[in-house]
Design a protein around this ligand. Sequence first.
Ligand code: AMP
Length: 400
Amino acid sequence: MKILVLNCGSSSVKYQIFDMQDERVLAKGLVERIGIPGSVLTHRPAGGDKLVREEEIADHKEAIRLCLEALTDPHYGVIKDYSEIGAVGHRIVHGGTFPHSVLVDASTKEAIGELEALAPLHNGAALRGIEACEAILPHTPQVTAFDTAFHQGMPDYAYTYSLPYELCQKHLIRRYGAHGTSHQYVALRAAALVGRPLEELKVITCHLGNGSSITAIKNARSYDTSMGFTPLAGLTMGSRCGDIDPAIVPFLMDKEGYTPAEMDQLMNRHSGVLGVSGVSSDFRDIEAAMAEGNDRARLAWDIFVHTAKKYIGAYVAILNGVDVLVFTAGLGENSVAAREAICQDMDYLGIGIDREKNQVRGREQEITSPGARVRTFVIPTNEELMIARDTLAIVQAQAR
Ligand code: AMP
């Protein structure tokens, strides 16, 4: 079966089409600047020429229609007609308390719509993507995979905030986490590389990118994770502040006269390594500035490394040990320096990485040093494949 995976953002649609016979990517692409002047579709068939179409794209329905046109194009396409698409899998950023992927029906759409308040930019766009597919591919089943679902395994003491209980219930305030599909994918892959079932392993997965989160995994489920009610919590990130003393928020609003929206903007867009360094939110720029002796870039880097170490240490404590440590996402897969700094002086915990093996960028490799107890891996994440697998399993179960 061929499965189309869609990731709808507020002004973009990313897509990949898989042949699930061998999980091969047939083509992938991206529509950018939807509803903004300068819209463009970039389509890349596996092993073929790239197609770039620049034209006005008013909304997500038009964007998805263009993706499908590219997929069926006589020269750049990889399928003959739409009927070859057996199912569509959608990435949903906020799935509330959905514990796994589900087939789309009226109640799923209603639930995603209700969660829009918790992820206003993303869930609304995903809903528009689902409705566009219903209109263009009315006979094709659709599945939603939620970034939060994997973390629904957390015990109540890991997801409940110590605020007035009734207030949290009323406003659905709890730890939801994020990057769940990525954490689950790399944990499953690590278990396969170790040659043991994930259920038997204690795993810590570090998804380090522009947004970063670390997850403790036990019994093949998330046991705790660093992101919280929103993806602002946890580690210091590109431009997000991560964990801060909550008293700073009303203090700054009072002193600077910020509105809630301005405070939110400050913590999401002007903080993190960007806010501390004044250089960039991109870790490559931070590494370059550090090499030139920029002290605030060095400070931003050290804060990031320090918080990552603290989460790993905390998760070793709550898991009562760790068998496998995984690095993934832009920084985790590519930054030799970040992995080296985070894993330095962790020998007490049995963590140690090999300098030579750690030179890897963007590909799967074990980097454990000889004698270290904890197996450490670099594993490129593949959220789309995970979504395609879930979609296939749900559609096949439905057909039985
Ligand atoms: P992501 O959000 O997963 O796309 O990751 C983006 C982040 O990964 C950015 O901060 C990049 O600077 C970082 N990144 C990507 N490639 C490298 C690299 N070769 N070295 C250091 N950081 C990198």
